[in-house]
Design a protein around this ligand. Structure first.
Ligand code: S6P
Ligand code: ZN
Length: 190
């Protein structure tokens, strides 16, 4: 029920120029190379890097409890530019635990590739650039790769009962990697 009363600022706000969120309802997580140990294919290059290097940061708000039917969450992700050897910085990537739950991604700044994979491991990529809007069909694992020289910023909206399944990605990865080849990014299928 909506009650009338004094104006109260929202508990979460977003700066649309930077994607950054703030407010009492905003949660935050930072992922470093240490958190992503086995996701990059070049273990030797990874060993030579500082494991405290930040790869990406996520800010999000959960206005209802996880698992609630019909609710929506919002999050912003900022992926730093960089590579481990020839492999560009990226998110872990995941399926939704409930495979029929989709998601929107919208790019705020920077450039990259959205990597999408179905259960049979068929993998494709979509270009991400400022203003690009991506509807991620339920059942597709999704990962974002920063192929540019600047931070890649995107917003995401997903159902509160989607859940996250990281296990198969941790075990087998995606069906393709985004690697530096000939001075630019190339999608290399396994
Ligand atoms: C959640 C949504 C994003 C990611 C974030 C980090 O469904 O897809 O908020 O959580 O981009 O990626 P990952 O794969 O580490 O969760
Ligand atoms: Zn997701």
């Amino acid at each position: 029920m909506i009650s009338s009363g004094d104006y109260a600022p929202p508990e979460a706000q977003i700066d649309w120029l930077t994607g950054m969120m703030r407010g009492s309802a905003v949660q935050e997580a930072t992922k470093t190379l240490r958190d992503m140990a086995r996701l990059f294919h070049d273990a030797d290059s990874l060993r030579r890097m500082d494991e405290n290097t930040v790869v990406y940061r996520v800010q999000w708000t959960e206005p209802v409890a996880q698992g609630t039917t019909g609710g929506l969450f919002w999050g912003s992700t900022i992926i730093e530019p960089g590579r481990v050897g020839d492999e560009y910085f990226m998110t872990h990537g995941h399926f939704h635990s409930r495979r029929d739950r989709g998601e929107y991604y919208g790019t705020i700044g920077g450039k990259g590739l959205l990597v999408l994979m179905d259960e049979s491991r068929a993998t494709r990529t979509d270009a991400m650039f400022p203003g690009s809007l991506h509807y991620i069909t339920g059942g597709l694992a999704h990962r974002v790769v920063n192929t540019g020289d600047e931070p890649l910023l995107f917003g995401a909206c997903w159902p509160s009962d989607a859940g996250h399944d990281y296990s198969s990605i941790k075990a087998k990865g995606f069906g393709a990697r985004v690697l530096l080849r000939g001075g630019g990014p190339a999608v290399i299928h396994a």
